[in-house]
Design a protein around this ligand. Structure first.
Ligand code: SF4
Length: 354
């Protein structure tokens, strides 16, 4: 496995991010934080899917006051996303938030920053500085003429300097862009420039389809080099989808253990049963299994058993009869219509102790 780039660890409640810790999967609620019921329900769904850290947009003091009630009803640490108003940050800290996302250069005077930093130090709250290519400072944009990796690093350096001058080092950094190449270049440069943990993500990545492609394209290049300590896949829609993509991405790169790996043959002229329906049933079933298991669904009994021999459990279907294959050995012949139920049964049995 690729050696991870070492970064300075930060604690977010009881979660350590950075250093050589496993990569943390995070997401963001798309509910109004003031709607406590909806926010709690969404966080609980995210937790169930495997989310380890969740961010909430907090746009007012009233919304900040909802944090303590939300925290009582969920289990994973919460991050408050704050823009411009330092008083909201302070209220969130007093309400028990675990981490803050805020750019210190955007909250007014040094005195405001100092007040936030003092509270963060007192309550052991880290700060993520989030640089977005679309909202670079005018002076940097003018200098480079367009968003560039150097410009984004320069912008981050300004915010980092403010915190370091106050002797604050519990920092995480993100550099988001909707441009995959720019994302890769910026994070590569950031990992050489800063000692702090990096939060990876492609912003405005779009739908489940486009985000899966853009996020995987950018993040796999970085993660393969050992860059990145926490990831967020941005998807328009239900954030639980973000967790599903994140888990599969980390699984492909061997950076997570307890996630199933699904192999399915692409089909060809030999396919003699409705394999597509089988895959559509097994894929969501596997999303609720937290185990390291490789499952293969093959379209025929001619090549299927051979092609599935590295899977822990597989089915290879025929027109009327299919095969159940465990660790490369055929263990059962069964009617095609019973294959899915038997496969599920076997998966549950094999993963019961994991
Ligand atoms: Fe074709 Fe069979 Fe291979 Fe699937 S497993 S691609 S059906 S030969």
């Amino acid at each position: 496995m690729t050696k991870r780039t070492d970064t300075r660890a930060i604690m977010v409640k009881d979660l350590q991010i950075g250093h050589q810790n496993k990569i943390i999967i995070q997401s963001m609620c798309n509910t109004k934080t003031s709607d406590i019921e909806a926010t709690v329900n969404q966080i609980l769904a995210l937790e169930k899917a495997g989310c380890q850290l969740v961010r909430l947009a907090v746009v007012s003091i009233d919304e900040a006051k909802a944090i303590s009630e939300i925290k009582k009803r969920v289990h994973i640490p919460l991050v408050a996303d704050i823009h411009y108003d330092y008083r909201i940050a302070i209220e969130c800290i007093h309400q028990g938030i675990d981490k803050i996302r805020l750019n210190p250069g955007n909250i007014g005077s040094k005195e405001n920053v100092r007040k936030v930093v003092e509270e963060c130090k007192k309550y052991h709250i880290p700060i993520r500085i989030g640089i977005n290519s679309g909202s670079l400072e005018k002076v940097i944009h003018d200098k480079y003429g367009k968003p560039t990796a150097q410009g984004m690093i320069e912008s981050a350096q300004r915010h980092v300097d403010i915190l370091e001058e106050l002797d604050f080092h519990d920092i995480a950094l993100s550099f988001k862009s909707s441009d995959v190449n720019l994302c890769i270049e910026t994070y590569e440069l950031a990992s050489k420039t800063f000692p702090y943990p990096l939060h990876l993500g492609v912003t405005e990545a779009g739908t489940l389809f486009t985000s899966s492609i853009k996020s995987s394209a950018a993040l796999s290049v970085l993660l393969h080099q050992g860059i990145g300590d926490t990831i967020r896949i941005s998807v328009n829609g239900d954030p639980v989808q973000e967790i599903m993509i994140a888990k599969q991405l980390l699984k492909c790169l061997h950076l997570i253990d307890h996630v199933p790996n699904l192999i399915a043959c692409p089909m060809c002229g030999r396919t003699s049963y409705d394999i597509e329906s089988v895959i559509k049933e097994i894929e969501p079933f596997l999303m609720n299994i937290n185990a390291d298991i490789t499952v293969a669904i093959m379209g025929c009994a001619v090549n299927g058993p051979g092609e599935a021999r590295h899977a822990d459990i597989a089915i290879a279907g025929g027109k009327d009869e299919g095969l159940l294959i465990k660790k490369g050995q055929i263990i059962e012949k069964l009617p095609t219509e019973k294959m899915v139920d038997r496969l599920k049964e076997e998966i549950l049995k094999m993963t019961a102790d994991q």
